[in-house]
Design a protein around this ligand. Structure first.
Ligand code: GSH
Length: 223
């Protein structure tokens, strides 16, 4: 029996991209449910009661059942389609290890940093400096890890890779990192993922009205 999917998302959401990409890589389609994140709908009690008590995007509906938190959803899809799970009982805990690291560190900080840098009017420079310092450390850890292997958890791609690339595939102007210049192993890994059959860029998978971009060239230089 086939499962029908609806993805509640907004186009700039790297967390939504993780699920949209996973579905595409598994040969699945989904109905896109554009959500007015910029307009604040996910902060309303109505939306939280009706869609996600955690107040977060993305939400994936599977045959009408709403699921949230990308890591368990990715693992569930991996098991269902027998893809990107990790090869064996050594690799699967490794997949989990990097999923936790991604949610806590890489995606956690990158999502906030990029959002503030590009999509809010006046980011606080002190917060931006703090986030940037943390990210420089995490991206260094990732670069070092990838300098010695093809994929995060083993010799083949897993949902750990799909989670960790979530915010790194967007246009480089948004977060302000040019990996080709600063993190060559990370860039090569992103290119390997982009060569997988079914890969698409974030804004091709997540259409619809975009958030206002506030970043100017002067601000880009300052932050
Ligand atoms: N760990 C969550 C993160 C989801 C998340 O933070 N989503 C963002 C949008 S991409 C959000 O809704 N943020 C609202 C907030 O932090 O208040 C996941 O993997 O699904």
């Amino acid at each position: 029996m086939t499962t029908s999917y609806r993805l509640h998302y907004f186009p700039e959401s790297g967390n939504s991209y993780k699920l949209a990409l996973m579905l595409n890589l598994c040969g699945q389609t989904f109905d896109p449910v554009w959500t007015d994140f910029g307009g604040g709908i996910t902060r309303t009690a109505e939306w939280r009661n009706a869609v996600n008590v955690m107040g977060e995007i993305p939400v994936l509906e599977e045959d009408g059942v709403r699921l949230t938190q990308t890591a368990p959803i990715l693992l569930r899809l991996a098991e269902r389609y027998g893809k990107f799970e990790g090869a064996d009982s050594d690799e699967r805990p490794e997949v989990l290890r990097w999923l936790f690291w991604d949610n806590h560190k890489l995606t956690g900080y990158m999502a906030s940093y990029r959002y503030m840098r590009s999509f809010i009017e006046q980011p606080d420079p002190t917060i931006m400096t703090f986030f940037r310092k943390r990210l420089d450390d995490y991206l260094g850890i990732l670069e070092n890890h990838l300098s010695r292997r093809l994929y995060v958890a083993g010799p083949a791609p897993t949902v750990a890779d799909i989670s960790m690339i979530g915010y790194l595939m967007f246009p480089k102007e948004e977060a302000g990192f040019d990996f080709a210049k600063t993190h060559p192993s990370t860039r090569a890994w992103l290119d390997r993922i982009a060569a997988l059959p079914g890969w698409k860029a974030p804004y091709d998978l997540l259409p619809g009205k975009r958030l206002k971009q506030y970043r100017s060239e002067e601000r880009a230089a300052a932050l």
